[in-house]
Design a protein around this ligand. Structure first.
Ligand SMILES: Cc1ccc(Cc2cc(O)c(O)c(C(=O)NC/C=C/[C@H]3O[C@@H](n4cnc5c(N)ncnc54)[C@H](O)[C@@H]3O)c2)cc1
Ligand SMILES: [Mg+2]
Length: 214
């Protein structure tokens, strides 16, 4: 059985990245996915927007929906202060071990916990099972039609507080119209649009920041 694209990305990181150096892990994935095989990592251009918002949020507890290979988990976790933690939800059993390995090569395994399963099943358990109060930062990068229902679920589960920052990838491509409809023109959110491009391509894309106002 030949290897998957995600396994080939891990091979490249394992062979080329400097152990314990998140920057080299990110650079290796971006190089591989620009030159060899495109993959749906947030990438270097939108990654700079992600960096900016994570620095602004300076989260103690962060959540990511859609780990995939762990690129954005490394991107976020490398900016977290010592006692801060990232929880990343992923339901594809093939991707979980690959992401864990990539996060470990980056030396960030103590900051990132991958929760295997569907976001809609795990979110309602975050307070009880993971002793969570509220979330300071949420990165949405999973199936685009799940952004809106899972945001509503976060609200209903009392996981958002005044000032919680949501950042959503792919607002233009593939697009997340229901999410935009939910957060824009909604008195409970203050939104900001960040135009950019699809990872490793010239096609337009964008990210949307939505600050929960309580
Ligand atoms: C053909 C084609 C390729 C790429 C594009 C462009 C493009 C560009 C991008 O930046 C993209 O993020 C995407 C995109 O589709 N992302 C979906 C990402 C899913 C990951 O999250 C996981 N997951 C999905 N739903 C859930 C869920 N409920 N609970 C837990 N994990 C979930 C999956 O298991 C994957 O690990 C697409 C457009 C068209
Ligand atoms: Mg994406």
């Amino acid at each position: 059985m030949d290897q998957s694209k995600e396994q080939r990305i891990l091979n490249s990181v394992s062979y080329n990245a400097i152990k314990g150096d998140p920057e080299s892990v990110l650079a290796c994935i971006d190089k591989y996915c620009s030159q060899n095989e495109w993959a749906m990592n947030v990438g270097d251009e939108k990654g700079l927007i992600l960096d900016k918002i994570v620095k602004e949020a300076d989260p103690t507890v962060a959540l990511e929906l859609g780990t995939y290979c762990g690129y954005s988990a490394v991107r976020i976790a490398r900016l977290l202060k010592p006692n801060a933690r990232l929880f990343s939800i992923e339901f594809n059993a093939e991707f979980v071990p690959i992401a864990k390995e990539i996060i470990e090569i980056a030396g960030l395994q103590d900051k990132v916990t991958i929760l295997e399963g569907h976001a809609q099943d795990i979110i309602p358990r975050l307070k009880t099972q993971y002793n969570m109060d509220t979330l300071d930062f949420v990165f949405l990068d999973h199936w685009k039609d799940r952004y809106a229902p899972d945001t509503i679920l976060l609200e209903e589960c009392g996981l958002l507080r005044k000032g919680s920052i949501l950042l959503a990838d792919n607002i233009i491509f593939p697009g997340a119209p229901d999410f935009l409809k939910h957060v824009r023109n909604n008195i409970h959110y203050e939104c900001t649009h960040y135009p950019s491009h699809l990872e490793y391509m010239k096609a337009p894309d964008a990210m949307e920041k939505a600050v929960y106002l309580g």
